[in-house]
Design a protein around this ligand. Sequence first.
Ligand code: NAD
Ligand code: DAU
Length: 354
Amino acid sequence: MQQLFTPTSLLVTGGAGFIGSNFIHHFLAGNPGCRVVNLDILTYAGNLQNLTAVQDNPDYRFVKGDICDGPLVERLLTEEKIDAVVHFAAESHVDRSITGPEIFVRTNVLGTQTLLEASRLHSERMPSFRYLQISTDEVYGSLGPEGFFTEETPLAANSPYSASKAGADLLVRAYHETFQFPTLNTRCSNNYGPYHFPEKLIPLLIHNILQKRSLPVYGDGLNVRDWLHVRDHAAAVERVLKCGTPGSVFNIGGNNEWKNIDIVNLVCDLMDERLENPAGTSRKLITFVKDRKGHDRRYAIDASKLKRELGWEPSYTFERGIAETIDWYLANQGWVQEVTSGAYREYYQAQYGA
Ligand code: NAD
Ligand code: DAU
């Protein structure tokens, strides 16, 4: 695997969110001397508490701002002599896109187009430049019981969230085809790990077990997701940025499919062990609830192109990753309280009561 590109000044968008913050920790640790500028508007999902360990690193700068603000993006690109953009910023929660799709189109589609246009114009003054769009397996739609999504699977998004991400991916493709702008596009499966916002399934389960609240399982609980540790995702993104050929799309996944109900039972049992509860205590909290509208049945990623062409493989087993994740949440209850105390609080109370 040949490294084609060495970034010197990176613009990371959405770096105060779950995956963006894990990526910044990973990248700063492995690339001393490379500047990392984090542009994030700090929605309910963006938390600077995710980044306290790097806030004094001289290579790191945080800028509070909107990816839809073209003049701000242009100024940062010039001022910081940015030679690579890694675009994580998004509205990311499927359930919220069903009740309020507009912000998803603004952030995920218009925000991406704003970044693409400013980056394209800026790149004309740079000897080498790369733009990496972080996307999701959800753009491919839903699978039946067999088969996998490959990079050639047609886009068939089913939720307003995934439609907005697919729209962004098509803009990325168009900027490469029309302007020969050097884009890369990754599409990853479900992530889990530290700093995962507790509205998403795994941290919500941990949080609700600790609160002795019900554990809502949508529909029959037999929907399948393909789980990857967030640090493996971060390593894959770095590999694609440095070694991928511009114009390429890479799927990222850990070949780790789980039915939702099996994940729920597993988290219940691991929590009971740690809390020294009698076996089966947490499973009693499981409550089957009305299904998510348009709920995709199964996701499964074929990441063989990434392995074959760039030599990337996940390093975490799920057994280790999920155990460490639960331990991280138990050791970081202060973080959970911080991130759930702001705008999220009303949403949570509306879902689960006071
Ligand atoms: P997240 O919701 O945890 O974080 C999103 C971040 O973007 C937040 O810090 C938020 O403040 C910021 N943001 C939102 N709107 C912004 C704006 N207008 N300007 C600047 N910043 C803004 O999301 P995540 O789970 O970390 O996902 C990151 C990216 O990875 C997204 O593009 C998502 O589609 C993609 N992805 C997520 C997963 C997953 O399992 N979570 C899997 C595959 C791909
Ligand atoms: O596949 C990648 C995607 O994974 C990312 O693009 C999204 O940004 C990310 O949020 C995630 O989407 P999901 O919808 O798969 O994640 P979520 O944690 O919301 O749900 C996981 C599964 O669990 C899904 O089948 C819905 C179900 N679920 C979720 C919640 C929050 C429940 O049964 N109960 C719940 O309370």
